[in-house]
Design a protein around this ligand. Sequence first.
Ligand code: FAD
Length: 402
Amino acid sequence: MDFEISEKIKSVIEMMDEFLDKELIPMEPEFLKRSFVEMLPELEEKQDMVRQMELWAPPHPKEYGGMGLDLMEFGLVSESLGRCPLGHYVFGCQPPDAGNIEILYLHGTDAQKERYLRPLVEGKIRSCFSMTEVDMPGSNPVMLETTAVMDGNDYVINGQKWYTSSADGAEFAIVMAVTNPEAAPYLRASMLIVPSDTPGFNRVRNIPVMGHEGSGWASHSEILYQSCRVPKENLLGPEGHGFVIAQERLGPGRIHHCMRWLGICKRAFGLMCSRAQNRVISPGRMLASKQIIQTWIAECAADIQAARLMVLHAAWKMQNLGVKEAREEISLIKFFAANVLQRVVDRALQVHGGMGMTDDTILAFFYRHERAARIYDGVDEVHKLSVARRILREYDQGKREN
Ligand SMILES: Cc1cc2nc3c(=O)[nH]c(=O)nc-3n(C[C@H](O)[C@H](O)[C@H](O)COP(=O)(O)OP(=O)(O)OC[C@H]3O[C@@H](n4cnc5c(N)ncnc54)[C@H](O)[C@@H]3O)c2cc1C
């Protein structure tokens, strides 16, 4: 294992850290007061600055205008950008576009790449990924009910999705729908590109999440697909391979998310330490003098360090041995890092007392929006069950020792 950071990446991260501190973190108070869409003109100005610094689209292919960083490199970049909720968006590597770009790059036809991939990497359009359904369990996606039925040269899509993140203002959705109902469960669904102006693509609402509807990129929509017709050329990858492709996308995506969460942890931890050192709690004594706070600080530091090493190890393994070999590590980091994130943000908020509940710091925003880390990209319980089953099987087969 080698987690050595190259000089190139060190200097990229230094530039990004400086940009976040000078340009983006000062925008947070406004971001917390106004809607995301209202902030767009200012955000686009910042995006132009990032392009001029040649730091645009770090993980995306060079031939499409990205920096072409590898998984480990982008993991480290994602940690740096994660310190501010606007980081990934302003640097052109935000979810769900980052994942969709990966799918289009690996599985798109030449025509799909020109029409959707290029403007997506350039930041001219946005996209969304529409899989989870209102009435079916997202944690068991083979139960999908949305169908895409061939009619002449078209697929006709019907179904009700929700939690389609960033659909508000997206140019197109990548939709998971059942095309081969008679096939084995994991070969029933396909991915289809559906432009959002297609008749029958009905965005019903932005779902209020923890009391906030959000807008634009920073929102999650419910979408009704009602006889929504797209040409067969909009099939992405082979028919029936939706889950196979989704699985490929989720591996690197989990590294990106976990490293972003570690960026959030770093920020929350810094705020916690600084508040503890500056809050007078009794005459002449600071909050940091209390042992219980010191214990939290030490425990959070250990949690963050443990999660970081686990995520870097999983990224290293995935990069060097492939997604399949790193499956166990990917599940471990997904639930471990999500819970570290929750503990660290919760303790940082607690240290701030009443102030932690206000929007005078970024902590309440993190608390509201990052609780979802334990739900999306695989709920905690499913990851734990799958790791445990694998371990027990390997013991049974004598492949694992104490
Ligand atoms: C903020 C956010 C953004 C999202 N973005 C997207 C997106 O862009 N596109 C998209 O398609 N989806 C998205 N999702 C949806 C997400 O993928 C699903 O919510 C997730 O897969 C869980 O599915 P579910 O909500 O249907 O919960 P269910 O499947 O109903 O599960 C409910 C609960 O049951 C428990 N559980 C489930 N399975 C098991 C089991 N086997 N054993 C024990 N307990 C179990 C877990 O505690 C789980 O939380 C997003 C969700 C959130 C919260």
